[in-house]
Design a protein around this ligand. Structure first.
Ligand SMILES: Nc1ncnc2c1ncn2[C@@H]1O[C@H](COP(=O)(O)OP(=O)(O)OP(=O)(O)O)[C@@H](O)[C@H]1O
Length: 632
């Protein structure tokens, strides 16, 4: 069974109907409010690509893109930086106090003031560090929430063509794990870099003020660490991107195996599927190991050079003290500065590492930003009024991206309020006609009209409000039967629901269930048969009271009796709406008002069943196999 997590979005606030793509401006960009309640979201950095093929943005430099994620939080980040620097300053002041304490000790002075000052500095340093950590973590959580909201918003609105060419597993890891890496880079990474940089400069200045010759010795430390970072950091970024891509591949492999679990089991495909997912996991492991090697190298190098310079300063400084060129208090203060140097160096290393990882993850997130989305689906159009429209395809040509022409100059008319059947061999383009009617894709040329209105001039929300669609394979959303039924018509009255349940022959099923419509269906609930799912989908579509009803092989799973009953339901529906239906079994459509025979992406013939039977050889062949097979 094909199920998806049920999560009905909060109905978004009504928005003005938008003009068609060509004339439509990109989505308004809202000021981010990372703590606002969940709802329709327009993330500033993630709603950039306008809804037009030409509008897809060129990639932004990753650092700029990363800073764009930090920008909405700049005030808090400045506060965090100020707290961090104040904490660092309190730390840096300690050697000065030590120096003056030692001087006082050697000259027999009173130490009370120095001791109190040291205690105060320690307390201030602890308080500042604690506050800084808390505020910075909170900001980090806001950044990740903001990135995730933006990504979720986009992923759910991706155009069908984008979904066709992307693995869902690879998309979801961008929301789950890539966003966390960006979070660290945009907050703690940036703070660590700034703090480390400023702290380092301040320490160097203070060291220089204490002893220039000793500073000369120490500068070797900085040079070695700087060169090592310059070499290793770009590699860390590359392995992070590789690791994250592999994590996406694990998701994609599991999606594939679990999405078709029965096929896998029935065909003994467990070993193959396990090998696919494990291969991706092993690749992530290898990338992780390479990254760990780089991290370890940097950490060891930093520690080593700090220690080496410590020894050099003690040796050289001791000689200076022995010759009287430097007093002991200054040497001890210098050593404390040197000891302190480890902090900023580690901050710089940590900040740069997290920045590189964030940039790697951001490259993947930015790919989603460049994908095209449907920007006109968030309005809630009013229930369509008026008589059912005539549906017309005017010389429509269409090819799926990168594929040969699927529909070639198709022209057809589905009379208002009637039942029009699309028939033809498999692959002739019937479902594609429905996809164009739903605006899942746009025709390459030609027009699709509802009465005289080109649907390209209506928003997708409007088109889909007027045209209901029962898919060939009708997935269920994990949730209750009621949620599935009322998915698109939450306000439907109880008597209307009861009537539709009767019409679609679901009433006896619901009556048998102890919890009735509140029975859970889907992954953790009741499993419905193929026929029941189709009837549920038809009931859902009818409750929407559409002007046009598209049924794609909606009766394929039904037994003879249910099929006859449902045929009557469709005929009754046709009193209120124009029905287009695709059926492989001609027995379900021989009574249709109008039939269109598609072959090889072209309209081969059209007319009533009897007319086509009389004059079209292909139709006769279809009838010979399908009517006989159906026992008609
Ligand atoms: N998303 C897609 N991307 C690329 N090609 C597609 C896609 N969907 C369908 N096609 C191709 O377009 C052609 C027409 O497919 P379509 O599903 O419209 O045919 P159909 O007449 O509905 O077939 P059937 O009766 O078997 O359902 C087929 O060759 C199919 O492989």
């Amino acid at each position: 069974m094909n199920t998806h997590d049920f999560a009905r979005p909060e109905p978004p606030p009504p928005q003005p109907t938008q003009a068609p793509d060509a004339a439509r401006a990109p989505d308004p960009v809202q000021a981010p409010d990372p703590v606002q309640a969940p709802g329709p979201v327009q993330a500033p950095d993630l709603v950039r690509a306008p809804d037009s093929p030409q509008g897809a943005d060129a990639p932004r430099p990753p650092l700029r893109a990363l800073l764009a994620h930090a920008r909405p939080h700049r005030r808090v980040l400045v506060l965090v930086l100020a707290l961090t620097l104040a904490g660092s300053a309190a730390g840096l002041a300690q050697p000065m106090v030590v120096e003056s304490s030692l001087t006082a000790l050697m000259t027999g002075g009173d130490l009370t003031r120095e001791l109190l000052l040291m205690l105060a500095l320690l307390a201030v340093s602890i308080a500042l560090t604690w506050t800084q950590a808390l505020v910075s973590e909170r900001t980090a959580e806001k950044v990740v929430l903001h990135v995730r909201r933006g990504l979720i918003h986009r992923l759910i609105r991706l155009r069908t063509a984008e979904l066709d060419r992307t693995e869902p597993g690879g998309l979801t890891t961008r929301v789950t794990s890539d966003s966390t890496l960006v979070q660290h880079a945009a907050t703690s990474g940036v703070i660590q870099l700034l703090d480390g940089g400023i702290h380092l400069i301040a320490t160097i200045v203070l060291m220089g003020m204490t002893s220039l010759p000793l500073l000369g010795i120490t500068s070797g430390v900085l040079l070695v660490v700087g060169v090592a970072m310059g070499v290793v950091m770009p590699r860390i970024r590359r392995v992070t991107t590789r690791a994250q891509t592999s994590v996406g591949e694990i998701g994609a492999a599991l999606d594939r195996a679990l999405g078709a679990a029965r096929t896998v089991k029935a065909n003994g495909g467990e070993a193959t599927e396990t090998a696919r997912a494990v291969a991706a996991a092993e690749d992530a492991y290898r990338a992780g190991l390479t990254g760990a090697r780089y991290h370890a190298t940097i950490a060891v190098l930093s520690a080593l050079v700090v220690q080496a310079s410590f020894l050099a300063v003690i040796g050289f400084g001791g000689a200076l003290v022995a010759t009287g060129a430097l007093d002991l208090a200054a040497l001890i203060a210098f050593l404390l500065y040197l000891f302190n140097l480890g902090g900023p160096v580690l901050s710089l290393v940590g900040g740069t590492t997290s920045l590189q990882q964030g940039l790697g993850a951001l490259t993947r997130i930015e790919e989603v930003e460049r994908m095209e989305i449907e920007t006109d689906v968030d309005e809630t159009p009013a229930r369509p009024v008026g008589p059912p429209p005539q549906v017309t395809l005017e010389n429509v040509t269409f090819a799926y991206p990168g594929r040969a022409t699927t529909l070639d100059g198709v022209g057809l008319v589905a009379p208002a309020g009637g039942v029009t059947a699309l028939v033809g061999p498999s692959g002739s383009g019937k479902t594609t006609v429905f996809s164009l009617l739903q605006r899942f894709y746009e025709p390459d040329s030609g027009r699709v009209l509802l009465d005289g209105t080109d649907i390209a001039t209506l928003s997708r929300a409007e088109v889909r409000r007027r045209i209901a669609y029962v898919e060939q394979d009708t997935p269920m959303l994990a949730g209750t039967l009621r949620e599935n039924l009322l998915y698109a018509a939450p306000d439907a009255a109880e008597d209307e629901v009861a009537r539709v349940l009767r019409d679609t022959l679901l009433d006896s099923l619901v009556a048998r269930l102890p919890e009735g419509l509140d029975t859970q269906v889907g992954a953790r609930g009741l499993a419905l048969s193929g026929g029941e799912r189709q009837r549920l989908a038809i009931a859902r579509a009818l409750l929407r009271r559409p002007q046009v009803l598209l049924l794609d092989e909606a009766t394929a799973h039904l037994d003879g009796l249910s099929e006859t009953a449902l045929r009557h339901t469709v005929e009754r529906a046709a009193e209120h709406c124009t029905v287009l239906l695709i059926a492989h079994r001609l027995s379900t459509v021989t009574s249709a008002d109008h039939m269109v025979l598609l072959a090889g992406g072209r309209v081969r013939d059209h007319g009533r069943h009897g007319e086509l039977l009389g004059r079209d050889e292909l139709y006769r062949d279809l009838a010979a196999t399908q009517l006989t097979a159906a026992g008609a």
